[in-house]
Design a protein around this ligand. Sequence first.
Ligand code: GUN
Length: 294
Amino acid sequence: MATIINGVTTAQDIKDEIAESVRQIKEQGGKIPHLAAILVGDDGASQAYVGGKVKACEYVGFKSTLKELDADIDEETLLQVVDQLNDDADIDGYIVQLPLPAHLSARKVTERIRPEKDVDGFHPVNVGRMVKGLPAYVSATPFGIMQLLERYGVETEGKHCVVIGRSDIVGTPMSILLSRKSKPGNCTVTVCHSRTPNIKELSLQADIVIAALGIPEFLTGDMVSEGVVVIDVGITRVPDATRPRGYALKGDVKYDEVEPKASYITPVPGGVGPMTIAALLHNTLLASKKEIYQ
Ligand code: GUN
């Protein structure tokens, strides 16, 4: 029987810790942390994500500002809004919700954000600082996974971790964070991807598997060994007429097969996903305390 790693309660714990920090800041007459978000267009999923972020700010006592912009905004105007947030001394950190409409360059916009305010940790300066082991904003999903490993006391030192997926937002940063000399960390890391011919051979050797490739139920029971720790980053909408919304959320792990063999496992939903908002709040608190860039 695996220990089920609960992202909902862990994220709640982190939010409560942040709320307590904000209470103390207020008591001492300090500046209230302020997170802003830019939302371009009316994509339903993005609206829901941003709505969740605003609600979470209210919960912990942060100020929040939402800049909603038309889907057909031109890039120069969007960059001017980014510059305004860069220059607004009250705003500690902000995010530009992705994806952007196709005519806008996410790369250009991300690179325009001042690294000191980049609480998503997507700016190349923050990624580079993370790689060098310098203080940096770590992006939401890798931060959330590291917190789950830490808070559940999962031993990582000397373990073989197989990361499946090499995206710049999950697979690549996870491989770096887990190989670092730190706790959690000190893993021997293998990164697998779409051109790896023998993923099963490698995953069978893993003490820890991070499944982050975006293929529903890719990791099956025959691909893992007894006692494995499994972190499922996948969250794909699979059509399902029996569900009220017409889809089911599927992870990258075939849960029913893998859970009986695992020592720890994250479910989908309710595992890694809820941790991302906690990460954003954590980074915003760091930004308001000027703890990363002094
Ligand atoms: N879209 C989905 N997740 C995220 C996130 O963490 N940050 C931003 N900016 N956009 C997203």
